[in-house]
Every structure is written in C-alpha cells, then in structure tokens.
Design a protein around this ligand. Structure first.
Ligand SMILES: [Zn+2]
Length: 357
C-alpha cells in the first residue's frame, strides 16, 4: 500500500547544528558560540551545576554574557519570572547548564524569546537533553511543551560521569523504552495508517539495541556512558525530525504519565518507563512475536535499575490502576494498550509472569 506522506514537517524540521560528545567538551563552548555567531547570552544554571561546570563555562563567555540566572523551580511560572527579570532585553542565545529542570526551563525560555538554545547537560537522566519537548508539572499534573530543538548540545562526559548513578540508570531506562515506543509506532502504522518515518525510528532504536546487546554494562565507564549519551541525543534528534515524541514515547510513557497523574510511586521518569517497557514488550511478544521482554528486564537488572514495582514504591493495585489509566492518556497515540485492550486479569498475569510484581 502506498501511503501519502506529509512533507510539510520535513520543510520545517529543525535539528541541532552542533553536537559535541566527549571528555572535556565544555571547553568548546567559546568556539561554538562564535560559530553560531551569538553575541548576547542568558545563562541558566542550578547551584550544584554552577559549581561543577557553570562557573568555568561562564569564564569563557563573560564578554557576551548578559545575565546569569539560577533556576529555582520547574514550571512556566519560573520561565515567566526569568523573562520579567531580564527586563525583556534582546538576547540571541539561552545557554542552559544543568539537570533536567534547568534544561527544560532554558529551552522553553529560548523558544519564547526566539533565541538559540545551547544545551549543556550535567546529568543524562532522559532524552530531554536534546529534544524539543519540555516537561513540567502544573497543578500536580505533568504537561509537555513543544519547543525548538537546541542549536547546539555539548555533552561533556567528564561532567556527566559524576552525575548521580541513579540518574544515569534512569537515562538508560528512557533509552531502552525506545524499543517498545518504536514497536508501538510500527503497530500504529499498520493498524491505523499513522505516518511512520524509518530514519527517525532507526535513530531511536539502534542505540537502544546496541546497548541491549552489550555485555557487562557499567554506566560509569566512559565508553558505555558515551553510548548512553549518544543514544539519548539521537532520541532527541529523532523527535525533532518528525516533530513528535513518537519515536521515543509509546505505551510505557503513557504508563509513566498515568503514574504522574495519579501521584503514585517514587520512580523517576526513566525508572517508570523502563519498568513500563518490560510490561509492554511482554504484550508485544505475546500478541505479535518478535519481541523479548526478558532481554529488557535482564539489561535493566545488569545496571541495577528497578525491575519490580516495589523498588519504585508501587503496590500491585496502583500499578494496575495506572496501566488502566494509561489507555486514557493521549488516546490518539495508538499503542499496544489500545490494540489489545488488556483486561485487569490479563494485566495481573503479565505483572506476575514478568516478575514485575
Ligand atoms: Zn522519556
């Protein structure tokens, strides 16, 4: 069957112009801003990130730095506060040095004031380090905001290596979740004729598969950390390419969003989606074959990421409730949950068989 493909988004697709991954790459910040012909910068950072990396970066860009802000909290209100405090001065670049909160605020701010965004992550806990999506919690509910992708991403492995191990494990969970996200996307293409982009799907999937087939993963080893960071950046670029989180977000992400809405558990984003990926991969395997839930579970165990609900502070009832709620989230995004509509009994069976409960 020949399908009509929308070309519009390809004309508009924006991708990072510069991506630097490696040890000591923060030192390239000067070259990069010169390259991008940036002449006025707002720098956003966090307290720890500033001590760790921000102050050294500040020294290299002091002549073009208009103002520096410490991000205090997440959310659109914080974006507003910073915007007001800048006095609406014209700047052509927002540079974010920090964890997820700082990067999210910086990318939203950059989009709003139409400035280039440079992402210098100090943790690699999810694919947001290079994606055009920010996630905030507003009135207790998680919301996603579309932004422009970063003009440049500088991933310094010396900085990232020192980020808390739990966050690196979370990053791995988010990367692995691409396996089920892409399966869901293919399913949506076959069942409901959704647009599918093989390049974006491969960009999201290949780094995840590469890591899944690597034995003895140790996320603090530079070579492995580099694979992880490269994978998370490629996920972000895949999202930019199709202007949708589709390549990196399927039913396992709906599960995580449902947990957020319900206020259940204490897992990070990456922990929730990693666990969700085991469950969704099981359903794919059962109904369509060509999947291997055990491989995902085993890999998460190798790096000591949670593979049971107990580890993320969930009861069985809460987990089932979230899985049922997940179907109601983003209903237009067709996934294995919309496809097989598992009953409560079936969900209980899946949790038991996968050892998640
Ligand atoms: Zn994610």
């Amino acid at each position: 069957m020949r399908r009509k493909v929308s070309r519009e988004y390809l004309k508009k697709a924006e991708l990072p112009l510069i991506v630097e991954i490696g040890e000591g790459r923060r030192k390239m910040v000067r070259d990069i801003i010169d390259n991008l012909e940036v002449s006025s910068i707002l720098m956003l950072t966090g307290k720890t990130s500033y001590e760790l990396a921000g102050s050294k970066i500040e020294n290299r860009i002091s002549d073009v730095l208009v103002k520096k802000f410490f991000v205090k909290k997440s959310g659109t209100e914080e974006v507003r506060r910073i915007e007001v405090e800048t006095g609406y001065t014209d700047v052509d670049c927002v540079l974010g040095v920090g964890g997820g909160k700082v990067i999210d605020i910086a990318k939203v701010l950059a989009s709003e004031i139409n400035a280039a965004f440079i992402s210098i992550p100090t943790v690699a806990s999810h694919d947001g380090i290079a994606s055009p999506v920010a996630t905030f919690k507003e009135n207790g509910n998680p919301i996603s905001i579309s932004t422009r992708p970063p003009a440049a991403v500088i991933a310094d492995l010396l900085i990232l290596r020192h980020s808390p191990i739990r966050l690196l494990r979370s990053g791995y969970g988010d990367l692995l979740s691409n396996v089920t996200a892409v399966k869901d996307w293919r399913l949506a293409k076959e069942k409901v004729g959704e647009d599918f982009n093989e390049v974006a799907a491969s960009m999201a999937l290949m780094p995840a598969n590469l890591m899944l087939s690597t034995k003895g993963l140790d996320l603090q080893e530079v070579r492995i950390l580099e694979m992880l960071v490269r994978g998370l950046i490629l996920s972000g670029v895949a999202i930019s390419l199709v202007n949708s989180s589709r390549p990196a977000s399927g039913a396992e992400h709906k599960f995580s969003h449902a947990l957020g809405f319900l206020g259940y558990g204490k897992g990070t984003h990456g922990e929730n989606v990693g666990l969700g990926a085991i469950i969704m991969e099981y359903l794919h395997e059962k109904y369509y074959g060509g999947a291997d839930w055990y491989r995902i579970k085993e890999s998460l165990e190798t790096i000591q990421a949670p593979t049971t609900i107990k580890e993320i502070g969930l009861t069985k009832e809460q987990c089932i409730q979230a899985l049922q709620r997940a179907k109601k989230i983003r209903q237009k995004r067709y996934t294995i949950l919309e496809d097989v509509k598992p009953s409560k009994d079936e969900l209980e069976m899946v949790l038991k068989k996968t050892g998640v409960v």
